[in-house]
Design a protein. Structure first.
Length: 116
C-alpha cells in the first residue's frame, strides 16, 4: 500500500541511523529547522505572544531573588536609622514581581488554530 502524500514529509530512513555522518547531520538539521519554520509560519502571532509571556514570567521570577538581595543589603542600614521606607518599597516591588509572574504564567494562550 502506498503512503498518503501528506505523510511523505515525515522524515527519511537516515534519521533512524545511530551514527549519522556530519554532512548528513547538518543537512537533516537544516531540513528540520526549515520544516519547523514552515509549520510555525501561520502561527507567528501566537508563537510571539507565548514567547513574550514566557519571557515576562521568567524575568519576574528572577526579579524576586534580586529584590530579596537588595532588601537583605539594606537591613543593616535600617537598623541604625530605624527608617522603614526603603524596605517597604522593596517588599512592595517583590509583591508586584510575584503578581506579574503569576499573571504571565496563568495567562490564557491563544490557540494556534484560532483566528483573531
Amino acid at each position: 500500500m502506498t503512503q498518503p502524500a501528506t505523510q511523505s514529509w515525515r522524515g527519511i530512513a537516515s534519521e533512524e541511523a545511530v551514527e549519522v555522518p556530519k554532512g548528513l547531520s547538518l543537512l537533516l538539521r537544516r531540513r528540520s529547522r526549515a520544516l519547523l519554520a514552515d509549520l510555525l509560519k501561520p502561527h507567528r502571532k501566537t508563537v510571539a505572544a507565548i514567547g513574550v509571556l514566557v519571557l515576562t514570567a521568567n524575568l519576574a521570577g528572577l526579579a524576586g531573588p534580586w529584590l530579596i538581595g537588595i532588601g537583605v543589603d539594606k537591613v543593616p542600614k535600617l537598623m541604625s536609622t530605624h527608617h522603614p521606607g526603603p524596605i517597604i518599597i522593596v517588599v512592595a516591588e517583590f509583591f508586584v514581581a510575584i503578581a506579574i509572574q503569576a499573571t504571565a504564567t496563568a495567562a490564557p494562550c491563544p490557540e494556534p488554530g484560532a483566528r483573531s
